[in-house]
Structures are given as structure tokens and as C-alpha cells.
Design a protein around this ligand. Structure first.
Ligand SMILES: [Zn+2]
Length: 371
């Protein structure tokens, strides 16, 4: 993660501000302007990105990876993109894209054979949300999907960042037929299959993801959510399923596995006492105490080491960059990392973003759990 930002010759970075994206999404009816697919990429029509001076919503649109590929190969012309932008599929009268969650439908979805309702976060591994649904600031906009996929070697292979598809390796296949969407990786096979049929809840029929030493697998639509050590064969994985989880709201965890990654250093009690005596407190954005920093170590309330601070940045114990550490807070200025990885942001944090003195999103949940 956090590869250097790709900038064009004018110094324009690939990072597009959330409000610009929102305008583009809304104008396009929240889907690919050609086919209505919800999984999209942001396209600079003309000028193309390498010549662009700014991210201008008037000169940009959203295309699904399949249609985008046709534009790149000139099977679809720029003129056709302009006219599709004028009359996007998603706004076509009577065209309903069933993959979109309107804000009124209670976020009911199925993970394999497990039902969930009102759960913003579907999957969290080691305190890191890997699959969640996010509300946008705009009242009319539907919820968006965020998903982080790691390959078998433990490095990220693709992200879905608020419905934007970001491929980090180019050997992924995407197939979108009707209301079904499938992403396959040559090594892992199908890593995601989502579908939604006439009035039914959105169904995550297949999923493969992993983080650190834990993998999580949904084999098919009747499968429980299976998880275990990455070296465990699929037949031997443990699972949960055939139950319905009903959440308290968007900040509930539907499936939280492994909790916060931590390792005990020395005697828990001694560490905790040292942290209390000599460390300083970490607080979240509302000023609530979350744990301590002592000798560059992030210590939770159980006296466990959950992360490290070096040179003003905070890392997980597996050395993954998580956030900046400033004035006793674990903050990151954007809702995504430089390589496009989406960052889970609590809706309360999202709403107050502009008003706060310390601009940034609170990432203390990555070390100390969500609450
Ligand atoms: Zn398309």
C-alpha cells in the first residue's frame, strides 16, 4: 500500500476529491454511463488524465472496467462517451439498478447463508474493516460498497473504494451480467460475486480475502462464512452461518475476527502501569481516551502492544502504515490512502470533518477497536 501518487506532467495527482466524485456519480445516475454497472472507474474524457490540469466533473464521467477497456481499445469512441454522459444508462427512464442500496432499505444483505441487517461493516479482520457499506454525505445518493482484497502472498490486489474499482494487479477479470457482478483472480479464482435479484437482499455469494495470517472465505451462496489460518485447507476452516445478525446501526461489526492485533510485551500489568505513569494518552476525535503511547509503543487498555509510532506515523504491529500521529491523535487527512485503498470512516466523523480544527479522520479504531 501507499505507493507514490501517480502524478501527470502538470503535477495533477490521481486523487479526486470526494465532492467532485459525488457530482460525477450523481450526474451519471450512480453507474457506468454505458451499461449501468455499479462498479466503476473515473474517466477523464477529454482531455485525458495525462493532459488534464484538474479533475473537472464536466469533463469526466464513470465507466465500468469492461466499458472502460473498450474505450481504451477505441472500440467505443470518445464521442460515444460524451453522448453516454449526456444520457447515462443509470438515468434512463424505468431503468432500475438493483445493485444500488437506497437509504431506505435497511442495508439488508446476505454473506453466504448468513443474513445481516443494518450492519454497516460486514467484515473486520484484526480491527481493520475489509468490507463495508458507506453512506455518502448526499441525501439522495445510495450507499456505496468498500472492499479490500488481499492476494495469496498477503499484498493487496484490488480495492472497491466507494464503488470505484481500483486494480493493483492487472490479471483480474470482471464480469457483470444483469444484476450479478463477479471479480476473478487467476491465482485465487473468484474473489467476489455479488448479486441482487428482484426485491431480494443483496447477496455476497463468493468472497476470498485475507489479512496477516487469517483468511476469510465464502464458497457459495449456501456457504457459511469460513475463516481460519491462511495455511488451513478450506475443508478444515471454521465457520459461522445460518443466522441473522441485526445491528445497532452503521457502526456495528457484523463479523469481527481476531479483534485488534496485539502481542503482549513483558508483563501486561507492568506495561500498563508504565504506560499510565510515563506514557501519554491517545485520544479520539471527541477527546475520549483510547490508550497510551509509551516509548513509541501504542498500548491498549489491556496493556497490550497494538502498534508503533515512528517519525510521526503510526504502524500496526505487522508494520503496515495506518495513520499519522499528531497531537496525541491517530489521524489521516483523506478517506483513502495514496494507492486508492478505502479507509473506513465513521459517519459521525464524516459529517463533522469540515468543522473540526484538526482536519482528518480518526483511525484510532485500527488499534483500539471501534468503540
Ligand atoms: Zn459499463
Amino acid at each position: 500500500m501507499n505507493k507514490p501518487k501517480g502524478k501527470n506532467k502538470h503535477g495533477l495527482s490521481r486523487y479526486i476529491r470526494a465532492n467532485v466524485k459525488e457530482t460525477i456519480r450523481k450526474d451519471a445516475g450512480f453507474g457506468c454511463v454505458f451499461c449501468g454497472c455499479v462498479l466503476v472507474e473515473y474517466e477523464h474524457i477529454e482531455p485525458e488524465f495525462h493532459n488534464a490540469l484538474e479533475h473537472d466533473s464536466e469533463r469526466m464521467t464513470i465507466l465500468c472496467p469492461m466499458c472502460h477497456d473498450k474505450v481504451t481499445k477505441k472500440i467505443l469512441s470518445k464521442n460515444q462517451v460524451w453522448s453516454a454522459k449526456e444520457n447515462p444508462k443509470g438515468l434512463e427512464q424505468g431503468y432500475v439498478n438493483d445493485m444500488l442500496f437506497s437509504k431506505s432499505d435497511g442495508l439488508e444483505f446476505l454473506l453466504g447463508n448468513m443474513g445481516t441487517q443494518n450492519m454497516g461493516i460486514a467484515i473486520t479482520l484484526y480491527g481493520k474493516p475489509l468490507f463495508w457499506f458507506e453512506e455518502s454525505g448526499d441525501e439522495e445518493s445510495p450507499y456505496t460498497i468498500c472492499c479490500i482484497f488481499y492476494g495469496l502472498d498477503g499484498s493487496p490486489i484490488a480495492y472497491i473504494n466507494r464503488n470505484e474499482y481500483i486494480a493493483l494487479v492487472r490479471n483480474l477479470d470482471i464480469v457483470s451480467v444483469g444484476t450479478s457482478l463477479k471479480i476473478s483472480d487467476k491465482k485465487n479464482g473468484c474473489i467476489l460475486e455479488i448479486s441482487r435479484e428482484g426485491g431480494e437482499p443483496l447477496h455476497i455469494k463468493k468472497l476470498y480475502t485475507q489479512l496477516y495470517d487469517t483468511k476469510l472465505v465464502i464458497k457459495d451462496e449456501n456457504s457459511p462464512v469460513l475463516f481460519g489460518n491462511i495455511n488451513t485447507s478450506e475443508e478444515s476452516l471454521g465457520g459461522i452461518g445460518s443466522l441473522t445478525l441485526v445491528g445497532q446501526g452503521l457502526e456495528s461489526k457484523a463479523v469481527a475476527l481476531g479483534g485488534v492485533p496485539s502481542r503482549e510485551i513483558g508483563n501486561k500489568l507492568t506495561v500498563a502501569i508504565n504506560a499510565i505513569l510515563y506514557g501519554s494518552q491517545i485520544v479520539n476525535e471527541s477527546g475520549r481516551s483510547k490508550g497510551w503511547i509509551h516509548n513509541g509503543n501504542l498500548i491498549n487498555f489491556n496493556g497490550e502492544l497494538v502498534g508503533l509510532v515512528r517519525g510521526g506515523d503510526a504502524y500496526s504491529i505487522t508494520d503496515e502504515f495506518v495513520s499519522h500521529f499528531k497531537e496525541g491523535r491517530l489521524m489521516y487527512p483523506h478517506d483513502q490512502y495514496d494507492d486508492g485503498e478505502p479507509i473506513f470512516v465513521k459517519s459521525s466523523s464524516r459529517n463533522g470533518w469540515a468543522a473540526r480544527s484538526l482536519a482528518g479522520f480518526d483511525l484510532s479504531h485500527r488499534f483500539f477497536g471501534l468503540e
